[in-house]
Ligand binder design. Sequence first.
Ligand code: IVH
Length: 697
Amino acid sequence: MDLFSNIDIEPARKRIAELTQLVDQYNYEYYMNDRSLVSDFEFDALLRELTDLERQYPELASPNSPTKRVGGEVNKTFRQVSHRFPMLSLGNTYSIEEIVDFEARTRKLLGDTVFSYTCELKYDGVAIGLTYRHGQLVQAVTRGNGAVGDDITSNARTIGTIPLRLRGSYPDDFEARGEVVFPFDAFEAFNRQREAEGDEPFANPRNAASGSLKLQDSAECAKRKLQFCMYFMMLPSHWTTEGDRSQSSLMEPLLDTHAGRLQAARQMGFKVQPYIKECNNIGEIRAFIDYWDNERWNLPFAIDGIVIKVNQVALWDQLGLTAKSPRWAIAYKFKAQQVSTPLLSVSYQVGRTGIITPVANMEPVWLGGTTVKRATLVNADFIEKMNICEGDSLLVEKGGEIIPKVVGVDMAKRKPGARPVGYITNCPECGARLLRAEGEAGHYCPNSDDCPPQIVGRLEHFVSRKAMNIDNLGSERLELLYRKGLVHDVADLYTLSREQLVGLESYDNDGLRRTSIQDKGADNILAAIDHSRTVPFERVLFALGIRYVGEVGAKKLARYFKNIDALMAATEEKLSTVEDVGEKTARFIYDYFHDERHQRLVERLRTAGLQFTTAELHVDNVLDNKTFVVSGVFSRFSRDEIKAHIEQHGGKVSGSISGKTDYVVAGEKMGPEKLKKAEKLGIPVISEDDYLKMCEK
Ligand code: IVH
C-alpha cells in the first residue's frame, strides 16, 4: 500500500525541503563542528522519511539531497572531464634557501606594493576540484594530468566535509579545490579490517584515499571516512554573488585575499583547516615551517610540507605563471625525518612460503610520532649493499610511509675494524640449510613440510576466507593444534575429533591465556571443517598454496582442467597454455604435483571428501537481473558460494544496500545496521530458504 499516494505533490515538496534543511543542518554540525544535535534514532527517522518521499516523488529528489551521503550509485568507468581552469601544480623545494630566494624575488617583482603571504599546510592526499553553481555541487573531478581528470562526483558526495549545497552567500559559479585525505585513525582501522579479511593493506593514507575515490560503488566510498581539506577558491574573473543577499556585501571584500576566500569558504560550509597564518616576512615564514616540521605528527592527517602563497589576489596576475606553476606560490616539502640509532642485533623471520627476512633490532628511538626499534633489512643483498657492520649505528627514515626504513649506515659512528654483518646459512626455525634461487635476492628455507612457521602459515592460508573459509580457526588456535601434535598438514584437520579439541589451551610468555577451546568452540570448529567439504574445486586448489597460484590462477586452472587428475597429469607445456599461467608458474605447479608427498596429501583430502572436480555450472536467468545484497552467516552456503549461486541464476550481487538493491538475503547474525538500512529503504529482507525457493521458479 502506497503510504503517500494521496498526498498532493505540493505538501511533499514542502516536506522534502524542510527535511532536507534539517538533515543538512545536523550533518553540518556533525561534520564541521563534531556536534550531534539529535540522537542517531531521530536523525535516522528524518533521513528515512526523506528517502521514502524521494522514492515516492523521484522528480523532487535533488542530486544533492543529504540521502546521497550514504552512496549507492555504481560507476563502472569514470567519465573523463576537462578542467575549466587547468589544475596547476606548484614549484616545490626541500631547501629553505630556495624559499628565501622565492620571498626575495617576489618582493623585488612587486616593488613598493604592500602585500603579505599566507602559509598553510600542504595536505598529503588527492587533489580534486568541486564545481558549484547557484550554491549546488554539480561536479567533482580529480586533478588527473592537470588538464583532464576523472568525474568522481558520486563518490565525492559521500564525503561529509564536502558541502552538497552552500550556506549564506556565495559566488554563483566557482570551483573549490582541495585535497581528499584519509585521517590516520580511520586509515588504520580500515587497514586492520582489510587484513582481517585477507586483503593487502594500503601502504599509506594517500594511496588509500586515491583508491577510495575510484571505487565503483559509492556506498563503499561512504564507509571510508575520507575528509576534504579545502585550500583554494577558483573564481572566474567575472563573478557575482547570490544566496543570502544581506551577506553578500560582507563577503565581497573577503574575496580579495586568499585568506579571506578561505574564510568565506568556511562560512559557506566548507571544512577549512584553521592552521593558516598570514606572514609578513621570511622570518615569520621560517617559523611557521619549523613549527610544523615538528608538530605535523600530532595532526590527525598527513601533510608533506607547507604552501606559501601571496595573499593579495590582485597581485597574482601581475606575478604571472611560469611554464607550469604560478610565480605567486611555492611549496616547501618536509624532508623525511631521519635518526641514527645503534644496531643491537639482526634477527631473521621465516615467512609462510619460507622466504627469510632479516630484521634490524635497534636501540629504541623516537621518530615521527612513534618509537622505532625494528626495521626490515630486506635481504642479504640489501645488507651487503649498505655495507652494514656489527656495532654500526643505522640511519632510519620515516617519510610519507607509515613504516620506517633503514636508509644507510651512520659512518661517523663506524667502529675501527668493524666486521660486516654475516648472514645466516641455516633456517632459524628448523635448521635446514637455506637456498637462494638463481636471480632472486632473497634466501628461503626449502624444508617446507617440516619448518614450523611454514606449516602454520600453510594452515592459515588453507582456512582463510578466500580459500576453505573455515571460521573459528585463527592463527593462535592453528599454532596450538600444531604444537600439540594434532595437526601437521591440512589433511589432518579432517581427522580432528571433539575429544581432541575440548580443553586445549595456550599461554603466552607472560603466562596469560591466549586461547582455549571449550565444548561450543569445538563444535563450531568441527562444523566449519565439515562445511568446507562443499567448497568448490577452484578454491580447494587455491587453498593448497602452490607458489604463484593465486585466486584467479586457481579459477582458470580449475575451469581448464575440470578435475585434479587432469591437472596432475598435465605437462609443463600444457599448463602454460592456460591463460595467465606463465612458464615459471607452470614449473611450480608441475613440480608440486610430482612431489610424492603432495600426491599423498591430495589423496587424503580426496578421501576426506573435498571437491576435486568442477561442478557443471547450471546457468539460467530465473533471478532476472535483480540485485541482491547478502549479509550474515548462511547454513547451506559460504558467503562466496551464495554470491556465485546468485550469479549463476542470472542475478547481480552488490556489496552494500542502496536504492538499487532489490533483495537482501539475510543469514544468521546479519548486522543490525544493514537491517536498519534495508528497512529504511523499504527493501525486502528474505531468508536463505526464501531465496532458494525463488531460484526454483
Ligand atoms: S595550492 C595554483 N595549497 O600540492 C595553486 N596546493 O603542486 C594550487 N596541495 O597537487 C595549489 N595542499 O593538490 C595548494 N594548501 C595547499 C595544498 C596544495 C596540498 C597539493 C595540490 C597540488 C600540489 C602542489
